[in-house]
Design a protein around this ligand. Structure first.
Ligand code: ADP
Ligand code: MG
Length: 233
């Protein structure tokens, strides 16, 4: 398999309640690039992202066939196989949702939360990782003097950057973003576009977006989801 590919989807078929969402789809995602997914509401964009991090599995009457591999440390890993646990997968494949979803706790504790889950207790290491991720999310300068304030004291755009930073603190190799700027004004969206482009150095990004101008500004590749399949835009 090719090294410039990060995600390979093969013969994917998916349904909810036996209603098909995807039928025998195969496609690759380029490493260290932003791939945008556009398309009308209800076609399956969010479902597709949920297949890449196994989030759909909690949905009743949902069924998937096919394979998804990700390229990790020089090996192709079947994400539905036994090599990766689901928590390990979610650390490698971070997710950011449309509406910012900080936890009801301080900015610092939001950032520390994923590290606590993996048992990282070295306080200076935790602090270093938090600082680095907040910088990558273009948020450090705005929050460094108020890390103990509630995450809800931040603006919508800052909350979304906090959620991106929280995903980055686990050093994911893939970042999935589902309409990450839909709830934000143009200025806040623009900062997020810039930081996503900057993240290509370390991550492979898939961004669902309704905004074609945004897609043309940030995406290296763009796909449109039509009925049961993707077309190149
Ligand atoms: P998009 O993100 O493109 O708007 P979704 O992936 O959210 O689309 O949904 C695709 C289709 O699947 C829609 O018709 C939606 O109503 C349906 N759907 C989504 N989630 C579920 C679920 N948990 N159970 C049943 N149907 C669902
Ligand atoms: Mg959606």
């Amino acid at each position: 398999m090719d090294n410039h590919i990060k995600i390979r989807v093969k013969n994917l078929t998916f349904s909810y309640h036996k209603i098909p969402i995807f039928e025998n789809i195969s496609l690759d995602f380029e490493a260290h690039a932003i791939t945008a997914i556009t398309g009308p509401s209800g076609r399956g964009k969010s479902t597709f992202l949920s297949i890449l991090n196994r989030l759909w599995e909690s949905q009743p009457f949902s069924r998937m066939q096919g394979k998804v591999w990700i390229h990790l440390d020089g090996h192709w890993i079947d994400i539905y196989g036994r090599t990766l646990t689901k928590p390990d997968l979610r650390r490698k494949v971070g997710m950011v949702f449309q509406t910012p979803n900080p936890l009801p706790m301080s900015i610092y504790k939001n950032m520390a939360f994923p590290l606590k889950l993996i048992g990282m207790t070295d306080k200076s290491l935790v602090a270093d990782k938090i600082t680095a991720a907040l910088r990558q999310a273009f948020l450090w300068d705005e929050v460094k003097d108020r890390l103990n304030n509630s995450a809800f004291s931040l603006s919508g755009g800052q909350q979304q950057r906090l959620c991106i930073a929280r995903a980055l603190v686990s050093r994911p190799e893939i970042l999935l973003l589902d309409e990450p700027t839909s709830s934000l004004d143009a200025g806040a969206a623009s900062v997020i576009e810039d930081l996503l482009v900057n993240l290509k150095k370390q991550c492979t990004l898939i961004v669902v977006s309704h905004y074609l101008d945004q897609v043309s500004r940030i995406a290296d590749n763009a796909l449109k989801l039509e009925s049961c399949g993707f077309t190149q835009v």
